[in-house]
Design a protein around this ligand. Structure first.
Ligand code: NAD
Ligand code: 6OD
Length: 484
């Protein structure tokens, strides 16, 4: 039996309470997870605090850069272990793990080692009445102990997207992986031991949210700032928990992203891209497209072609390289997605394809499978068009005018990302300026340059991470004024 232990102060440790971990693709028991409560969070906070004043606090920039690169190397060396662990935890296909999610973890450490090495600090020469002047310059100091609260949908990618810049800037971290996906954060503890990261710099406390490790970390007075990826509702609770002590927060939250397809686009490339943006990771991608708007002249062709491609997706064995569809993360999430499938019918949707559970065979019967689903015919006010479902589904609506589709895209409380398909570059620029999101992709989707600002507008987030933007959150900028 596998045990998912906490990693505190450089050691793997257990605690009294436990919960079980299951594979979402087949319901197989994966092992026992130790649940961290107040005492484990206290130990991790003490260790993380002490490490700031210990050897880690004295690491030179070069030493930090060197250890970040060693972490990336060690993740790459243990690539297969990470792939296996994350496949079992999420049930998602090997191809997604091997080509996207696991390589990104190593890339996250490399990019922030580059950023921290090359970022300049500002300086000003200031005039003074005596004519001698003054020199102002800035230094970046680590913020301290960072609480890192993670979701389950791309566990290692999203966790290292926060841990790498936090360490690059000289902070220490207490990570709480999602209770659904404890494996890769634990494995990363082994990586940290192997590369010789000082004790207490990287800590993992497993557990749940309310009345568990999540709430105890975010409320802990020794946690100086909190970075969180997850649901907007959870973000609201965490913001309240962060208020005492005026702790800073960085949030990557939910989305209800619009995709916009003009008749002049490269149709085949657009379809390929929407197969990914709607169904990748079984639709459990915050950047995924759940609202698609298609110019009326190609609407029927687009709907039928995407539906054919949805029906051709191959669910099942995540180890099989030809598998293209994974399961939902949990029975609870499956029930949530199916409740939207039922609601779509109640709200008057036309079901183009899907709309039900996926009948599976053999060992996969025990997994959380639902059909890839496409609806048309709903009004923009329908809850299925307004609320984040986080499943393999989308609603497709026709549009006639550019202004009209901008209005549709912006009629959302969320503002994470959009994908626009057109060969008219002027139009692409106009739409990109008008749509209220943090990230716009034109003729592409989820094409990442890790130096760019990543984050959401409206209820999709607070702050930006990526490249130098991560330093805004993970460091405290100090100004020094020297009278000459
Ligand atoms: P979630 O909010 O349910 O849980 C995320 C984490 O928060 C988990 O570790 C959970 O245990 C913890 N948590 C829950 N309640 C807490 C509390 N009161 N205090 C402290 N911690 C608490 O999210 P999820 O279901 O794991 O992830 C899916 C959501 O994440 C979707 O809404 C998706 O859009 C969003 N997401 C956003 C981005 C982005 O970049 N904007 C990226 C990935 C996922
Ligand atoms: O690519 C990233 O940096 C990122 N944060 C992706 C988020 C994916 C959400 O599911």
């Amino acid at each position: 039996m596998k045990e998912f232990k906490h990693f505190i102060n450089g050691n793997f440790v257990t605690s009294k309470q436990t919960f079980d971990n299951f594979c979402p693709a087949n319901g197989r028991y994966l092992g026992v997870v130790y649940e961290g409560l107040e005492s484990e969070v206290d130990l991790a906070a003490e260790a993380a605090h002490a490490a700031l004043r210990g050897p880690w606090g004295k690491f030179s920039l070069d030493e930090r850069v060197s250890i970040l690169n060693k972490i990336a190397d060690e993740i790459t060396r243990r690539f297969d272990d990470f792939v296996e662990a994350e496949m079992a935890d999420t049930g998602q296909p090997r191809s997604v793990m091997e080509h996207a999610f696991i390589p990104r973890a190593a890339a996250n450490f490399r990019i922030f080692s580059d950023v921290i090495k090359s970022v300049p600090n500002e300086s000003f020469m200031t005039d003074t009445p005596d004519g001698a002047g003054a020199l102002n310059y800035t230094r970046r100091a680590p913020k301290g102990v960072i609480g890192v609260i993670c979701p389950w949908n791309a566990p290692l990618l999203l966790m290292t997207w926060k841990v790498a810049p936090a360490l690059a800037c000289g902070n220490t971290v207490i990570v709480k992986p999602s209770e659904e996906t404890p494996a890769t954060a634990t494995l990363l503890g082994e990586v940290m031991q192997a590369v010789g990261l000082p004790d207490g710099v990287y800590n993992v406390v497993h557990g749940k949210g309310e009345k568990s490790a999540g709430a105890f970390i975010t409320a802990h007075p020794k946690v100086d700032a909190i970075t969180f990826t997850g649901e907007t509702r959870t973000g609201t609770s965490i913001m309240k928990a962060a208020a005492p002590g005026m702790r800073d927060v960085s949030f990557e939250l939910g989305g209800k992203n619009a995709g916009i397809v003009f008749a002049d686009c490269d149709f085949d490339k657009a379809i390929d891209s929407f197969v990914r943006s709607v169904f990748l990771n079984c639709g459990q991608v915050c950047l995924g497209t759940e609202r698609v708007y298609v110019e009326r002249s190609i609407f029927t062709r687009f709907v039928n072609t995407l539906a054919d491609r949805a029906r051709a997706l191959k669910p099942g064995d995540f180890n099989d390289k030809s598998t293209t569809l994974g399961p939902l993360i949990s029975p609870q999430h499956k029930e949530k997605v199916l409740s939207y499938y039922r609601r779509a019918v109640e709200e008057g949707a036309n079901i183009v394809t899907g709309g039900d559970v996926m009948e599976m065979e053999g060992e996969w019967v025990g997994g959380n499978w639902v059909q890839p689903t496409i609806w048309t015919g709903l009004p923009e006010t329908a809850s299925v068009v307004q609320e984040e479902i986080f499943g393999p589904c989308c609603h497709i609506a026709p549009f006639d005018k550019e202004d009209e589709v901008i209005e549709f895209a912006n009629a959302s409380e969320y503002g994470l990302s959009t994908t626009i398909w057109t060969s008219d570059l002027s139009r692409a620029h106009r739409l990109a300026a008008a749509i209220e999101v943090g990230i716009t992709w034109v003729n592409s989707w989820f094409l990442r340059d890790l130096r760019t600002a990543f984050g959401g507008s409206k209820q999709s987030g607070i702050g930006r991470e990526g490249g130098v933007h991560s330093l805004e959150f993970y460091t405290e900028l100090r100004n020094i004024c020297i009278k000459l």
